[in-house]
Write a protein that binds this ligand. Structure first.
Ligand SMILES: [Mn+2]
Length: 447
């Protein structure tokens, strides 16, 4: 813990939480968030508790709603831990008749006194860029037992799932990456931000970066590689320096030409972290986890715990998910988004890929001056909205968490980060919400 040089108050709060978990006479009830970060965080804490022979019961959930609080009441849980969520749910947490620990990195709001809320932001660590739910779970695991430092790679998987690796890990994440390298868990090397599969697949199957005219189009990629004189069967890691340079600069040029901001196009050459025991990129495991969060979160947790069979299943799910996402991105490439004064929006037909479609669309396909709102119809007259911006827009004042919280004015709820946020609203309030969002963003971004 000292090795990570984290604030003293944070250390003492983590120690207090560890003590509660280790001394609890009842089962530790753990809830974690339904995405790659949440699943990685859950795996980390599950492993740490199992190593201490602590009994725990884990569920992966979408958020803390009334159903969940009722459930906790019925179970008569005494000690409840929320991972990658909980900050901002003050009222619901206050109503619980249990000892509650929150390990989170989302923008905090007021929290009831009886809750031990360990949110990175409260200790001066930026939870949008420097720490994920998994980073917080990893710190907690270290407080439980320093031997858990050998879970550092899972922490990075979670942070990557929350896209905190973009531009290289910083702050707490960077410290954890160094710890992982020192322990020999991971190694890093700069390279092309593509999957390490044969180039023909790595480029045509690339959703992120989405390269206009190449992503989703095998024939054009084949043609391009032929022109460059590069063997389409080679993997990115097998390219010699000259080949990597030629291919890299060509792809970079294409990204800039399609309207990508330079800071995003630059991500094409990035630090690649490899999990040494598996020989697989951290980002690929994050993709596996993200896919399991949509299809079967239990497989994701099993993968995090080191189950080989789960790894195989998760890989299949990731391939299936990538196919669906590619289809959605090609549709967005073709149709674009509808623009209002300060925002843009589009419909997604798949709630499974909607948030990724919005995030990637924002970075690679859409107008860079306006955040995007992606709409998906849910059952029972509800609608899900995923809002995505860029670091550039945030630097100009954009705060999508504030915008999505406005959903409560329309009988919905929402929140998140300044750069990425989400909400659900009654479907018939769509126009009113978009109008409000447009006005709010207009006030936030003053040019
Ligand atoms: Mn998270």
């Amino acid at each position: 813990m000292l090795r990570l040089q984290i604030p003293e108050q944070l250390v003492s709060d983590l120690n207090l939480a560890a003590e509660k978990m280790l001394s609890s006479e009842s089962t530790v009830r753990v809830f974690s968030h339904h995405d790659a970060d949440g699943i990685a965080a859950a795996s980390i804490l599950a492993k740490a508790l199992a190593r201490e022979d602590r009994e725990f019961h884990l569920s992966i959930i979408n958020g803390i709603n009334e159903e969940i609080t009722k459930w906790i009441g019925k179970e008569r849980d005494e000690l409840v831990v929320f991972l990658d969520m909980g900050s901002g749910d003050a009222e619901r947490l206050a109503s619980l008749d249990a000892d509650v620990i929150v390990l989170d990195h989302h923008t905090p709001r007021e929290s009831p006194e009886k809750v031990l809320e360990i949110n990175s932001h409260r200790y001066g660590i930026d939870g949008t860029t420097e720490a994920s739910g998994s980073s917080m779970a990893f710190l907690q695991a270290l407080a439980i037992n320093p031997k858990n430092s050998n879970l550092a790679h899972l922490s990075l998987v979670g942070s990557t799932g929350d896209r905190q690796h973009v531009g290289g890990f910083t702050g707490l994440n960077a410290k954890i990456a160094r710890m992982g390298e020192k322990e020999g868990l991971i190694s890093s090397k700069e390279g092309l931000n593509l999957k390490n599969s044969p180039l023909i697949n790595a480029i045509s199957g690339s959703c992120d970066p989405f390269i206009r005219g190449l992503s989703g189009r095998e024939d054009r990629v084949r043609h391009l590689l032929k022109e460059l004189g590069i063997d389409e069967g080679k993997r990115p890691s097998e390219l010699d320096e000259d080949e990597e340079k030629r291919l890299g600069s060509l792809l970079l040029l294409r990204l800039l030409k399609q309207g990508c901001r330079p800071d995003i196009a630059d991500e094409l050459i990035t630090m690649r972290y490899i999990i040494t025991s598996l020989g697989i990129y951290v980002s690929e495991i994050a993709d596996y986890m993200e896919a399991t969060s949509k299809k079967d979160a239990g497989t994701g947790v099993a993968l995090g715990l080191g189950d080989e069979e789960a790894m195989y299943r998760a890989k299949e799910m990731a391939e299936e998910y990538a196919e669906e996402l590619m289809k959605a991105l090609l549709t967005l490439e073709k149709n674009g988004a509808r623009e209002m004064g300060h925002i843009q929006w589009f419909w997604s037909y798949s709630s499974e890929v909607a948030s990724a479609q919005a995030g990637i669309g924002m970075q690679y396909l859409l107008n860079q001056e306006k955040p995007v709102f992606c709409l998906t119809e849910l059952e029972r007259n509800r609608m899900k909205i995923s809002a995505r911006g860029t670091r550039y827009l945030v630097s100009k004042g954009l705060d999508l968490a504030e915008v999505c919280r406005a959903a409560s004015k329309f009988g919905g709820s929402g929140g998140g980060h300044n750069i990425a946020s989400g909400c659900t609203i009654p479907a018939d309030k769509r126009k009113e919400f978009l109008k409000t969002a447009d006005e709010m963003v207009g006030r936030q971004i003053r040019t």
